[in-house]
Design a protein around this ligand. Structure first.
Ligand SMILES: [Zn+2]
Length: 274
């Protein structure tokens, strides 16, 4: 599943463009095509097409795992969920088989949301807070301080794995970066949030930021069968590495289930809390 670094990679692609795909900033939308109506969470297909027509792309942002395409009047929010790709290309290219939403610009380019598994969702909304208002702090933001993080940890008594995956506690983490951050901080995934002292909280805060930043620097991880842009999977320490020797101590990495989620950790470096 695309997490913060993978969504951030798409944001930069849409903003900066790359060879053959220009930035979409400043482009005007001529019309929209919906090839799978259920991709649209809000509004209705008819209203979506009417409203989006003629709007300009004024900015491209991200909040947690949500991509925000700011338009003249509304915001288009894209959540990739399990998999998905955002493509900018010439309108003369043949349409991909799994394109769900297309925005045709007034020039020769279009934007396409390619989504094989159909779980991705799109909102066209005036007030983005209606969709993203409940998200927890943005982990790479300047105002996300170690003190704030420690405070949020203290206010609850939950296993760290659950806590980090909860988008209302901290936005943008998924299975990959959660397991990697806990390994780096040397914390067992079932450790309770309110048992961390300020040194451990600070270490976890730093680990979360480091793994996300390294993920972004490598254009994300190509683990899902859909997302193939990045390189960060080469540098992972525990995720998907069950049975492989720990980079620090050579103990085989263990995989357990916490709730429904696969969890990877080193039983020596990340001992079970007493
Ligand atoms: Zn180890």
């Amino acid at each position: 599943m695309p997490e913060l670094p993978e969504v951030e990679t798409f944001r930069r692609y849409l903003l900066q463009g790359e060879s053959g795909s220009p930035s979409i900033l400043g482009k005007q939308i001529q019309d929209a095509e919906l090839l799978w109506d259920n991709t649209l969470a809000s509004p209705t297909p008819g209203e979506f097409k009417d409203r989006i027509q003629g709007q300009f792309v004024t900015g491209i942002g991200r909040r947690g795992k949500n991509l925000l395409i700011h338009l003249s009047r509304d915001t288009l929010i894209v959540h990739l969920r399990m998999s998905g790709e955002l493509i900018v290309e010439e309108k003369t290219n043949p349409l991909g088989k799994h394109y769900r939403v297309i925005l045709n610009f007034t020039d020769q380019y279009r934007f396409a949301f390619n989504n094989i598994r159909k779980f991705g969702r799109v909102w066209l909304i005036e007030d983005p807070d209606q969709v993203i208002g409940n998200l927890g702090p943005e982990p790479l933001a300047d105002d996300f301080t170690p003190e704030l993080f420690h405070q949020i940890l203290q206010n609850r008594s939950r296993q760290l794995k659950y806590f980090l995956l909860d988008q209302e506690m901290i936005a943008g983490m998924g299975n990959i970066y959660t397991d990697e951050a806990l390994f780096r901080a040397k914390l067992h995934p079932v450790t309770k949030t309110d048992t961390l002292n300020s040194t451990e909280a600070h270490q976890l805060w730093l680990s979360v930021r480091e793994v996300l930043q390294e993920g972004i620097q490598n254009q994300g991880s190509s683990i899902d069968w859909m997302y193939k842009g990045g390189d960060y999977q080469k540098y992972l320490s525990v995720y998907n590495l069950e049975g492989k020797p720990c980079k620090r101590c050579k103990t085989p990495i263990k995989r357990i289930k916490i709730g429904q989620r696969s969890t990877h950790f080193c039983p020596t470096c990340q001992p079970l809390p007493e």
